[in-house]
Write a protein that binds this ligand. Structure first.
Ligand SMILES: NC(=O)C1=CN([C@@H]2O[C@H](COP(=O)(O)OP(=O)(O)OC[C@H]3O[C@@H](n4cnc5c(N)ncnc54)[C@H](O)[C@@H]3O)[C@@H](O)[C@H]2O)C=CC1
Ligand SMILES: O=C(O)C(=O)CO
Length: 401
């Protein structure tokens, strides 16, 4: 028998039992679920990462839907348990859903939601922040200052990289990769080289137009190139930022061999998922190449770092905070996790619309890139469910809205 897990209950007489494996910011999401006749149970366990056993205990004998986290292992065992409890909907509070075995969800007929589009700017901004911090050695210089080592200006003190006119490389030029590329091209007048399985026409058009603008103003125009392979990006770029999904094609994309092809003074940024980089090989590369620098938001064995990484002066490491930003929306200023608040509303729309429609017969929102209709605080969410990643496999109809 699984150990009981502590919970807080909202709307005990609600018709649908929905479990959230974590408490999330604000009360709007709770009210939305209550309005949809849900009994909501929020896990209040103190530990950060719940085990599969903990989640099985939360699911219990009857559960209609679960809102879960990217730190949880949603595989065969959990989908079997959810299905046995009558569950039909699972929402992952994240853009990335590499922690979810979608085939297992399909097998048990559970719809899987994620939250694309709500963290694009916040993640791109963190990647840009890490790029700048690495280029100008901000963290190292800050440590030096605090240690009382500064005894006067010197011509060679903490010489870093000037970004203007250098080349920024993006691997995975989807929503976040493209937003980051625009920031670096427009903000620092960098040239762009990118690799993606698909052409990013909008991004190319943007860089072309910006290049023409600069030229018309008597400045050096920026350029773009779509690389035919990832290695082309690694060889040519001065700053490389990783933004692909994590799947078997991108696991250890950056490894000993690919690191060896990069410029000795290149900067590598990872705000995608840790296992895209072979972290052991990275530590070794950092040791051998003191002017090679990295900025990491994500780690291979999160929350842990591979031995030696934390001691490397040429590494900037932050604890998966790309989504943690404040945002002003008209007159509202929300808390630190504003971006997550937006994301939660998307989740709530998923769970409640799926349950109301009993899965079948309820349309799935047609465009996973358009989340704005779900984010308006004053309007009810549209009568469709945003971003169900396995809609096609489950034969769910798509909204014509
Ligand atoms: N650090 C953080 O807090 C956050 C991390 N993320 C991560 O960022 C990832 C990307 O998010 P979005 O840009 O919204 O997704 P997206 O789906 O718009 O972009 C991903 C891109 O990767 C490309 N891709 C897939 N396989 C590839 C390969 N083998 N080589 C090169 N490109 C490949 C796809 O074609 C696509 O254009 C998410 O899957 C998630 O893991 C997302 C939000 C926050
Ligand atoms: O949404 C995601 O994929 C995240 O990593 C959130 O921080």
């Amino acid at each position: 028998m699984a150990k009981p897990v502590s919970i807080e209950v909202w709307n005990p007489n609600g018709k649908y039992r929905v479990v959230s494996t974590k408490s999330m910011p604000g009360t709007r999401w709770i009210n939305l679920l209550i309005e949809q006749d849900c009994r909501l149970e929020i896990c209040t366990e103190k530990k950060t990462i719940l085990s599969v056993e903990d989640i099985i205990a939360l699911i219990g004998d009857k559960c209609d839907g679960v809102i879960g986290q990217l730190t949880e292992d949603w595989g065969e065992t959990l989908f079997a348990a959810l299905s046995k409890a009558g569950g039909k909907a699972f929402s992952n509070m994240a853009v990335g859903y590499n922690n979810v075995d979608v085939n297992a969800a399909n097998k048990y007929g559970v719809a899987v939601g994620n939250t694309p589009g709500v963290l694009t700017e916040t993640t791109a901004e963190l990647a840009a922040s890490l790029s700048l911090a690495a280029a100008r050695r901000i963290v190292e210089a800050d440590g030096f200052m605090r240690a009382g080592l500064y005894d006067g200006w010197l011509p060679h003190l903490f010489v870093g990289n000037l970004l203007k006119g250098q080349t920024v490389g993006v691997i995975g030029a989807g929503r976040i990769g493209s937003a980051y590329a625009r920031m670096m091209v427009e903000g620092f007048k960098m040239n762009l080289i990118y690799f993606d399985l698909y052409q990013s026409t909008r991004l190319e058009k943007f860089v072309t137009a910006y290049g023409q603008f600069l030229k018309a103003n008597g400045e050096q125009p920026v350029t773009w190139k779509r690389a035919s392979s990832m290695s082309e990006v690694l060889q040519e770029a001065d700053v490389i930022s990783l933004h692909p999904v994590l799947d078997k094609t991108t696991y250890h994309l950056i490894n000993k061999e690919s690191l060896a092809t990069m410029k000795k003074e290149a900067i590598l940024i990872n705000c995608s998922r840790g296992p895209v980089v072979d972290e052991v090989a990275l530590v070794e590369h950092l040791k051998q190449n003191p002017m090679f620098r990295v900025g990491l938001d994500v780690f291979e064995d999160e929350p842990y770092m591979k031995p030696g990484l934390g001691e490397m002066k040429n590494a900037i490491v932050v604890p998966h905070i790309a989504s943690a930003s404040k945002l002003e929306v008209t007159k509202y200023t929300f808390t630190r996790h504003q971006s997550n608040l937006e994301l939660i509303k998307t989740l709530v729309s998923q769970i409640s619309s799926l349950l109301q429609g009993k899965i079948k017969g309820y349309p799935v929102w047609h465009d996973p890139n358009r989340v704005d209709p779900f984010l308006n605080e004053n309007a009810p969410p549209p009568a469709a469910s945003p971003s169900i990643v396995n809609a096609k496999a489950l034969g769910l109809p798509v909204s014509k809205l």
